[in-house]
Ligand binder design. Structure first.
Ligand SMILES: [Zn+2]
Length: 93
């Protein structure tokens, strides 16, 4: 019976470990890959194109911030609406 609980606690530890890895490494990566690229965003949501750039497809705000994927200087940029906080599209510098 001891072995059973040992195995069970091992599984719990591995499970927790896997969950941590997933949320820290994999999920942000998948979220990033799932974001539309700029040209796809504009193509899919042509009504977001304005004379001075693009606007948010959710709330229409033209205030969009550009964040680095992993840090401020990252060449992979994520563009996030300043008003509603939705991630809109990604670009690569
Ligand atoms: Zn918005």
């Amino acid at each position: 019976m001891d072995e059973f609980f040992e195995t069970l606690s091992m599984l719990a530890v591995y499970g927790l470990f896997g969950w941590g890895i997933y949320h820290i490494w994999i999920k942000p990566m998948v979220d990033y890959e799932r974001l539309l690229q700029y040209k796809d965003y504009v193509e899919k949501h042509p009504n977001t194109l304005t004379r001075s750039g693009v606007k948010c497809m959710h709330c229409g705000s033209q205030s969009i911030k550009s964040w680095g994927k992993n840090n401020a200087g990252d060449k992979n940029r994520i563009h996030i609406c300043n008003k509603c906080g939705e991630k809109l599209y990604r670009t690569k510098l």
